[in-house]
Design a protein around this ligand. Structure first.
Ligand code: ADP
Length: 298
């Protein structure tokens, strides 16, 4: 599978320019779409799942299907788990899944029932199949959301803000479920503003900031960009406020000196500090700040 995005723009009718000339290749496997709120992630997702048209630009799937011209073919390949996935009351878990399978065009009742049972097993909800869907726990609801997105054996799976509202155990479970699926011939796009959601699972990531593509590549490429830019500073009480003013601060912990602060900066002119190995979180902050400053000073 492959999605190719060329010169994509989205300008809302009120003039909000949500996507600015996006060029992006999305290959097989798990793809992380990362950016702060308002970056344009949902706009891009809504375009990819054919719920909204771009203002200009082109999206091609497998070099063959044009998102604007082959909507039916592309819809048949899609599974979508929106951020605010909800279902109506009074349906049992299996009934809800059966209903979405019917919506997805699975007409044969026996085949549909098999698919529903298989899916319930896969997401660990078989035991809860007769429970009312709206009485499932948060994590179980999320898994039912994934089940409805996967019931039609989609080739492109789009998941918005995957772990919002999940406890740590459920997050891990959810992540494992997705990485199992990503070994098939599929694309899974995870859209999130939480760096930790994507670090361990995604082969490729894209950073969006204010509608622009700030970076695309592997997570380790992203980390490499921040090498030589992340510092650990020993700050006195007095320096603490100054440093907060001057640099993006990632973490602050109390120390014998006063404070131990991790900051991103090209240099820390005069403060008592040393360079440390960056991680993905550092790189994300570095990138957002760097791009932000480039734009505002341009
Ligand atoms: P994200 O999902 O990364 O938070 P969005 O795609 O929701 O970002 O938003 C990108 C930009 O587009 C923001 O400035 C937002 O205010 C704007 N926007 C989103 N949806 C609409 C809309 N329906 N009408 C006008 N502007 C919108």
């Amino acid at each position: 599978m492959n999605i190719s995005i060329e010169n994509l723009n989205k300008i809302y009718t009120n003039g909000n320019w949500a996507l600015k000339d996006i060029n992006l290749e999305i290959p097989n496997g798990m793809f992380g779409l990362l950016g702060p709120n308002g970056a344009g992630k949902s706009s891009l997702m809504r375009i990819l799942v054919t719920l909204m048209k771009p203002s200009s630009g082109k999206v091609t799937v497998n070099g063959r299907y044009d998102l604007m011209k082959n909507r039916r073919e592309i819809r048949a390949m899609l599974g979508y788990l929106p951020q605010d996935f909800r279902f109506f009351a009074k349906l049992k878990t299996w009934e809800f899944l059966d209903y979405t399978a019917r919506l997805a065009g699975m007409k044969n009742k026996v085949q549909r029932q098999e698919a529903v049972d298989r899916m319930l097993e896969e997401v660990g909800l078989f035991e809860a199949r007769d429970r009312n869907a709206n009485r499932l726990s948060g994590g179980m609801k999320r898994r039912l959301g994934i089940a409805q997105a996967l019931i039609n054996d989609p080739k492109i799976i789009i998941v918005d803000e995957p772990t919002t509202g999940l406890d740590p155990e459920e997050r891990i479970r959810f992540r494992n479920l997705l990485s199992n699926i990503s070994t098939r011939d599929v694309i899974i796009i995870l859209s999130t503003h939480i760096v930790g959601d994507i670090s361990s699972t995604c082969e490729n990531v894209a950073l969006l900031n204010r509608g622009k593509l700030a970076f695309t590549g592997s997570p380790s490429d992203l980390v490499r960009e921040a090498e030589g830019k992340v510092w650990l500073i020993q700050a006195t009480e007095k320096e603490y406020l100054e440093i907060n003013d001057k640099f993006p601060v990632i973490t602050t912990i109390p120390s014998d000196y006063g404070w131990e602060m991790q900051v991103v900066a090209d240099e820390i002119n005069g403060y008592d500090g040393r360079l440390i190995e960056p991680n993905l979180e550092h790189a994300y902050v570095y990138f957002m700040e760097k791009k932000l400053n480039q734009w505002t000073s341009a």
